[in-house]
Design a protein around this ligand. Structure first.
Ligand code: IPM
Ligand code: MN
Length: 360
């Protein structure tokens, strides 16, 4: 047995604990098959703890998290807490403090999954968005004055440094090379209006591409146009790289084309540190505690985590199990309409991960 993998598990709010439980089940199945040992440490950050103690993310916990191999997160957000408090105090703080400067979000349609895109299937919908994850409009730079008066000024700045842009683009070029498909990297920006920030992105994109990645084809789309093409011609895309805010928006668009929040997962990655994997959907308060939410997104987050930690075969076993379940078992990916409960879906994926999918 190798040294155990230390995984911090943060189930979080709403349906987070329900989906995380299934993800852990599948993780254990994959670990069993591949002789990996897991050291899971659970943390109770989220609305409950905040409402009880006023505490969001204690500094001591951050230090512990820095010592883990990876973090698996369920969901953060609760209707009893004003929007922004938990998101900024827990999720964004983790991303920033752990310098998880990449948000990697694959947009991949699995067989048997319904997509709202007419005439498109798994062949056409298979690209990866590299979203910058610690800069841009998310830095909190800005302010407000004369609040509540007709003269109120509200400023929220899109802040990017050369360093941030370069490390993100470098990751995207490298990822594109490793992925080895059409070797096309598309920069999504808005150089016609955001003539400071996206000019920096565009210049570094071409400089870096020309100097170090001549084998990668460079392509550019304004973000508004990208939204059209991602619907009409998703097959054009291989790897897409963009800033934080645009990345947030286009990955929800991407997620719905791959079957929605029931399946879409992502990784908050620090290539030299601790990364955190999560379903990209939220805490889904209206489905909480009903055992109807789809755990596949959380399961796919666990799969990405294993791949990131250097266990691509274990990850591939999970993916095969998920694909079998989407193509041969589930009626729909929507909460309450899967034809199975949350735990049943988790059980099936865990079983097929451990044994391989049945011959049918
Ligand atoms: C996401 C979410 C978060 C974001 C929110 C909850 C802060 O929408 O992970 O995409 O905007 O990054
Ligand atoms: Mn989002």
């Amino acid at each position: 047995m190798k040294k155990p993998l230390r995984i911090a598990v943060i189930p979080g709010d709403g349906t987070g604990p329900e989906v995380t439980r299934e993800a852990v089940k599948v993780l254990q199945a994959a670990a069993g098959r591949h002789h990996l040992s897991l050291d899971l440490q659970e943390y109770d950050f989220g609305a409950k703890r905040y409402l009880k103690t006023g505490e969001l993310l204690p500094d001591s916990a951050l230090d512990e998290l820095r010592g883990c191999d990876a973090i698996l997160l369920g969901a953060i957000g609760h209707p009893d807490v004003q929007p922004g408090i938990l998101e900024k105090g827990i999720l964004l703080r983790l991303r920033f403090e752990l310098d998880q400067y990449i948000n990697l979000r694959p947009v991949k349609l699995y067989p048997g999954v319904w997509t709202p895109l007419k005439d498109k299937g798994p062949e056409e919908i298979d690209y990866v968005v590299v979203r910058e994850n610690t800069g841009g409009l998310y830095t909190g730079v800005g302010g407000v004055s004369m609040k509540g008066t007709p003269h109120e000024v509200a400023i929220q700045s899109m802040v990017y440094t050369h360093h941030q842009v370069e490390r993100c683009l470098r990751y995207a070029f490298e990822y594109c090379r490793r992925r080895g498909r059409t070797r096309t990297l598309t920069l999504v920006g808005k150089t016609n209006v955001l003539t400071f920030a996206y000019d920096l992105w565009e210049r570094v994109f071409h400089q870096l591409g020309e100097a170090e990645y001549p084998d990668i084809r460079r392509d550019y789309c304004h973000v508004d146009a990208f939204c059209m093409w991602a619907v009409k011609n998703p097959e054009w895309f291989d790897v897409v790289v963009t800033g934080n805010m645009f990345g947030d928006i286009i990955t929800d668009l991407g997620a719905i084309t791959q079957g929605g929040m029931g399946i879409a997962a992502g990784g908050n990655i620090n290539p030299d540190g601790v990364s955190m994997f999560e379903p990209i959907g939220g805490s889904a308060p209206k489905y909480t505690g009903k055992n109807v939410i789809n755990p596949l997104a959380a399961i796919c987050a666990a799969m990405m985590m294993l791949d990131h930690l250097g266990y691509p075969d274990a990850a591939a076993d999970i993916e095969k199990a998920v694909m079998f379940v989407t193509s041969r078992r589930l009626k729909s990916l929507a909460a309450g309409r899967m034809g199975y409960s949350t735990t049943e879906v988790g059980d099936m994926v865990a079983q097929y991960t451990a044994e391989g999918p049945p011959e049918e």
